[in-house]
Write a protein that binds this ligand. Structure first.
Ligand code: HEM
Length: 77
């Protein structure tokens, strides 16, 4: 944020002039999306529509192996 927006709070590696973006914590969740309608990451991704429709098309064209790699990556966010 720089000096102008410095709040002085330290959170983990974020110093008083950084903003720590909260982790999504997807690894520890049992439901997904704002209303919890998706029970799995697969369901959550397939539920994307509108501007994100292209992501669904690309996701569904991936191999099962690559989808598992994506889930593993999402779990780190
Ligand atoms: C590889 C592409 C993408 C993946 C793997 C992905 C994955 C996800 C996942 C797992 C969630 C659920 C998060 C949660 O429950 O906290 C989510 C939510 C969301 N995503 Fe994506 N996403 C992708 C692309 C996009 C794109 C391109 C957009 C917008 C143009 C988008 C917009 C959103 C929005 C608005 C939500 C929240 C919806 C809700 O809570 O109901 N996503 N996404």
């Amino acid at each position: 944020m720089g000096e102008a927006l410095r709040d002085g709070f330290t959170q983990f590696e974020a110093t008083g002039q950084d903003w720590r973006t909260a982790p999504l914590g997807l690894r520890s969740r049992s439901r997904y999306l704002h209303d919890g309608r998706a029970a799995t990451l697969d369901e959550a991704i397939r539920a994307h529509d509108g501007e994100a429709q292209g992501s669904v098309t690309r996701y569904t064209s991936q191999s099962a192996f690559d989808r598992e790699a994506l889930f593993a990556f999402l779990g780190t966010l």
